[in-house]
Every structure is written in structure tokens, then in C-alpha cells.
Design a protein around this ligand. Structure first.
Ligand code: GDP
Length: 326
């Protein structure tokens, strides 16, 4: 039986990855920030299950910049695989708090690599990178060889981390990989992302709890995939024979407007009756042509996205319709 350690276990991807690894028979350990405000609702169903929690699923308190505690945990747990998912993932927020974004996403990842470098038998390591590294891309679609040209502090920090993972793989022989992820959504997506904001609002308007939805650019385009498809790829990447970097994407661009159309139509409403514009939600710099080419993932790990765009949007609206907390 294998053991995995996950940073960012309470996030969208962390919660799906935990379910997947538990299903595969892993012992799963998660690192949880010490801050008292950590929202654990995405893994509540697992921590409330007494046949799993503290038997095959364990949570440990540590901050990523606390190298001593992380090293101690690694020595104690001796995981076979380490999935590094933690991070402030909101691009717009990275303009408000660029230093802490970089401290965490860039230096936090380097800190982990430094600890792995000293391990006698280091775990296989997966870093979750982001399409934001491509920023204003030099080519479209983007693949593993496309040059990085980030346009946000978040993208710069992720680019640093992505290169460091490669350098440590090449220089110190670590089994260290990057999953360069394009956007991926699910019912567990945080509410500040436009996707969840739209599906939640469509559901709330339908239920009579809200009457309008205020957004920024409706023309903004992204390559939006489905988070459970992506975590399946995370696991596959660490099962391969040789370490490397892979782009994970659907290869299809959609606009914010497409989310509105599918989500509101699903609840029998016309989105243009409810949506208002506010300058506040416009980005200082916004990548418009980020679309991934994940042919290499198809070749190396036999991965391709399974969920269609429309089914994903509808599934998110359905979840928001029954979510009485929202
Ligand atoms: P990310 O920026 O790709 O990580 O994902 P977001 O969901 O935050 O934003 C996706 C796109 O939606 C961006 O291009 C935003 O400019 C656009 N957008 C339009 N209105 C909104 C809004 O109200 N909130 C957010 N977060 N994004 C919006």
C-alpha cells in the first residue's frame, strides 16, 4: 500500500485527489495551514467518516515556510508521493498581495525541493503549475516547450517554481514533475472565480435569493476543464517511468458569456435580464489566448479530458441548486 502527502488538501483539487487516492487504497496525509480560518468543508465528508479519518486519512498542521516541521513530517510519514497543490490561486488577488503570493508559490516550492534534495529516498514529487506562466503567449496553443511570458505576479511566481522543479530534476536526479494546468472548475471551486460565481448566482436567482449578477469582462476567454479529470492526471503523472512536465488542458476556448448562456439556460432564465457590468472586476492584464495543447499528456499518460464544457457547467449549477449553504 502506498502513502501520499498532499499540500493544499483542503482545496478544490486536494479534496478530489484525496478521494481518488483513498479509492486506490493509499494512506493519505494532508498538510493544513495553522491559520484558524482554514475552510475544511471540502473534506468534511471524509474527516467525519470514522472508518477513514485518522486511519487512512491524516491531517498535520504546518506552514509551508516552516522547513523544520515539513522535514520532520516527511521523515515521519515517508511518503511515496508528494503532491504540492497549496497556494493562493487567485490571479487578481496576486496583484494586491504580490510579495506573499511569491513567498508562497515561488519560495514555498523551492523550500520543498530543498528538503527533498536532502532526503535519503525522496518521494516522487508533483508541482501544480499554471497556464498563467504563458501570460502573453509567444504561440498558440501552448505546450511544454512554449516560452514563459507571465503577465501577473501569480504567473511570475508559478514560472519560477516550474523552472526550479525542472532544475532540481535535472541537477539532483529528483523524480520531480510539473502539471502545467489550464483552468479547471467543479462544484468545489472557490466563489471568487467567475465560473462558480456564475453558476451559484444562476441557482440563487432561480431560487429567488438574488436578483442580479455583477461581472467584469464577458469576452474574457479561457480553456476551462473539469477538476476531477485533472486530479486523475496528477496521479498518472507520478506513476510513469520517467519524470517530466505535462500540460493539462482541454484545448478548447470558451468565453465568460458561454458560462452565462449554459448556466442560465439550465435554470430556464435569460442571463441578459440579470447581468450588470462593473469596472471593478476588470483585470489590469488579462491573458486572452491561453489555450493548451495536451498531446504529450495523451501520449505519456494516456490522459484526455472526459467531461464536456456544457455538462460541467450544468453539474455546477445542479450542485448550487441543492447547496443550501450557498
Ligand atoms: P483566472 O483569472 O483564470 O484564475 O480565473 P477567474 O475565474 O478569476 O477569471 C476568469 C476570467 O473571467 C478573467 O479573464 C476575468 O477577467 C473574467 N471575469 C469577468 N467577470 C469576472 C468576475 O466578476 N470575477 C472574476 N473572478 N473574473 C471575472
Amino acid at each position: 500500500m502506498k502513502t501520499a502527502l498532499i499540500t493544499g488538501i483542503t482545496g478544490q483539487d486536494g479534496s478530489y485527489l484525496t478521494e481518488l487516492l483513498l479509492d486506490k487504497g493509499y494512506d493519505v496525509h494532508g498538510i493544513v495551514r495553522r491559520s484558524s480560518s482554514v475552510v475544511r468543508s471540502r473534506i468534511d465528508h471524509l474527516t467525519r467518516n470514522s472508518s477513514i479519518y485518522q486511519k487512512r486519512l491524516h491531517l498535520h498542521y504546518a506552514d509551508l515556510d516552516d522547513a523544520t516541521t515539513i522535514r520532520r513530517l516527511l521523515n515521519r510519514i515517508r511518503p511515496d508521493e508528494l503532491y504540492h497543490l497549496a497556494g493562493q490561486t487567485h490571479v487578481a488577488v496576486s496583484f494586491e498581495v504580490p510579495e506573499s503570493t511569491c513567498q508562497f508559490a515561488a519560495m514555498g516550492t523551492l523550500g520543498l525541493l530543498e528538503i527533498l534534495r536532502d532526503c535519503e529516498s525522496p518521494p516522487r514529487f508533483l508541482n501544480i503549475s499554471s497556464s498563467e506562466v504563458y501570460g502573453a503567449p509567444v504561440e498558440t496553443p501552448q505546450n511544454e516547450l512554449t516560452a514563459h511570458r507571465p503577465v501577473t505576479p501569480y504567473g511570475v511566481a508559478k514560472s519560477f517554481a516550474t523552472h526550479m522543479v525542472r532544475v532540481y530534476r535535472e541537477s539532483f536526479g529528483l523524480f520531480a514533475c510539473n502539471a502545467i494546468c489550464f483552468n479547471h472548475e467543479s462544484p468545489r471551486r472557490g466563489e471568487s472565480f467567475v465560473t462558480k460565481k456564475i453558476t451559484r448566482s444562476a441557482a440563487r436567482i432561480k431560487r429567488g435569493l438574488e436578483s442580479k449578477l455583477i461581472l467584469g469582462s464577458l469576452d474574457a476567454r479561457r480553456d476551462w476543464g473539469y477538476a476531477p479529470d485533472f486530479v486523475n492526471a496528477f496521479w498518472r503523472i507520478l506513476q510513469t517511468e520517467s519524470a517530466g512536465d505535462l500540460v493539462l488542458s482541454t484545448g478548447i476556448l470558451h468565453q465568460v458569456r458561454d458560462w452565462l448562456e449554459v448556466a442560465f439556460e439550465h435554470v430556464g432564465l435569460n442571463w441578459s435580464d440579470y447581468v450588470e457590468f462593473d469596472e471593478r472586476y476588470m483585470r489590469k492584464a488579462d491573458p486572452q489566448t491561453l489555450v493548451g495543447d495536451s498531446k504529450l499528456a495523451q501520449e505519456r499518460i494516456g490522459w484526455s479530458p472526459q467531461m464536456s464544457f456544457e455538462d460541467m457547467v450544468r453539474a455546477m449549477v445542479d450542485a448550487d441548486l441543492v447547496d443550501h449553504g450557498s
